[in-house]
Design a protein around this ligand. Sequence first.
Ligand SMILES: *[C@@H]1O[C@H](CO)[C@@H](O)[C@H](O)[C@H]1NC(C)=O
Ligand SMILES: *[C@@H]1O[C@H](CO)[C@@H](O)[C@H](O)[C@H]1NC(C)=O
Ligand SMILES: *[C@@H]1O[C@H](CO)[C@@H](O)[C@H](O)[C@H]1NC(C)=O
Ligand SMILES: *[C@@H]1O[C@H](CO)[C@@H](O)[C@H](O)[C@H]1NC(C)=O
Length: 487
Amino acid sequence: MATQSLLLFSCSFLLIFLSFSFEKSHALEGRKNMESHFHTLQLTSLLPSSSCNPTTKGKRGGASMEVVNSHGPCSKLNQEGAKASSMTEILAHDQARVDSIQARVTTQNYDLFRKKDKISNKNRAKDSKVNLPVQPGISIGTGNYIVTIGIGTPKKDLSLIFDTGSDLTWTQCQPCVKSCYAQLQPFFDPSSSSTYSNISCTSTACSGLKSATGNNPGCSSSNCIYGIQYGDSSFSLGFFAKDKLTLTPTDVFDGFMFGCGQNNRGLFGKTAGLIGLARDPLSIVSQTAAKFEKYFSYCLPTRRGTNGHLTFGNKNGAKSTIQFTPFTLSQGTSFYFVDVLGISVGGKALSISPMLFKNAGTIIDSGTVITRLPSTAYNNLRSTFQQFMTRYPRAPNLSLLDTCYNLSNYTSISIPKISFNFNGNTNVNLDPNGILLTNGVSQVCLAFAGNGDDDSIGIFGNVQQQTLEIVYDVAGEKLGFGYGGCS
Ligand SMILES: *[C@@H]1O[C@H](CO)[C@@H](O)[C@H](O)[C@H]1NC(C)=O
Ligand SMILES: *[C@@H]1O[C@H](CO)[C@@H](O)[C@H](O)[C@H]1NC(C)=O
Ligand SMILES: *[C@@H]1O[C@H](CO)[C@@H](O)[C@H](O)[C@H]1NC(C)=O
Ligand SMILES: *[C@@H]1O[C@H](CO)[C@@H](O)[C@H](O)[C@H]1NC(C)=O
């Protein structure tokens, strides 16, 4: 009897012990899994830094230039007493840029696919409400990244906004004829460059302006005149010209075609103009194709006071860790379209059909700040993200960002990882700075926005691109992603 009860006792003990260890190992496994689906980080790593700590310039193949965030501590434009734009202003301008991109794609689709009725009635109605310029341009926005190149002989250094969403490179020139904005560096003076020449109205380069700018060129005493306007009513107008372009001491191009602007107005900060990196034959990518074979890469730095790079060419070959996704048809525009298949939040794939993203397509753009998603995708992302963040107190909306938290009581936080799945089995895990945008610790917001419908194109914006190595193999028709591109 005693033996029997002892046996029974041992058995139930064993059972309890077994089930305990089973639960324990299960819980551990669960926690390990959860940890890998979360970023645990210091809140300060999301806040702008007030000092510039440039990363040491690693050896990169090709012609490599430093990239700085125009609002960051490494920007000279920011140091010279320029009034910093508030986050609300930046986001308002960002919406202007997105509206102009979507209008341009819709207009193109309308012309290209009129019979197929590619665009929905909803979009058309929206279009007629937007007060478009005759040829919609791209809004310049204010969340810009700056790169410095040299033009002329002797070479003059010019810090320009770099823009993968437009084509023509231009700078403000002397003499300013109507209005010019204040820039940090001296205006480029064509008469002091021995290699400068005007382009004639009858040249094929001049007629190429139509596709590069959306406007027919003008002609003034047989000199070709360009005009380009951006969706936020910024513009540049002047002589279409040629001069020597110097990227690095060993990467020099004679006869680079650019706009020598004599009448310029808009949101260009204190930069000297803009460098156009889209697909048109007049973009810098096409004009340097003989040497760099339409291959460039960049890393956009965070606001932590580090710098990034813009590199032309592929001297050392792409790192084996870069994952590629094919570019898709550019819908008659010069934008870079990619195929988004899905998004994961905290290791959980959102239940959205890949057809949702195919509907309108997605572009990658260096000039749009916040990633825009079809409404259905955004709503799904937002509610999943919120479920993982319930422990944190909410804060008011910040302009177009509607999922904000007051983290003023926290020094360390844990947030779900967010990854994008692109065609070609390419998964891109975003940096924490690509998930949350801070407007101080008391307003830390999910850095995504919805389009308001499911038919407008999605945009993979520059906040989400931060710290990634992004490779544009335009000739190979593919886009690559890698990690730690700024270090
Ligand atoms: C370019 O054209 C302008 C306007 O006609 C003229 O003043 C300037 O001298 C020309 N520059 C060159 C190098 O021909
Ligand atoms: C955030 O929380 C702090 C501490 O409770 C409070 O003082 C502050 O007003 C809050 N700010 C916002 C924007 O909610
Ligand atoms: C924040 O934005 C969401 C979505 O646009 C909206 O439903 C909500 O009312 C806004 N909240 C506040 C406090 O404005
Ligand atoms: C911060 O902590 C204080 C003190 O515990 C509390 O009263 C306040 O509500 C908290 N605020 C937030 C936004 O978490």
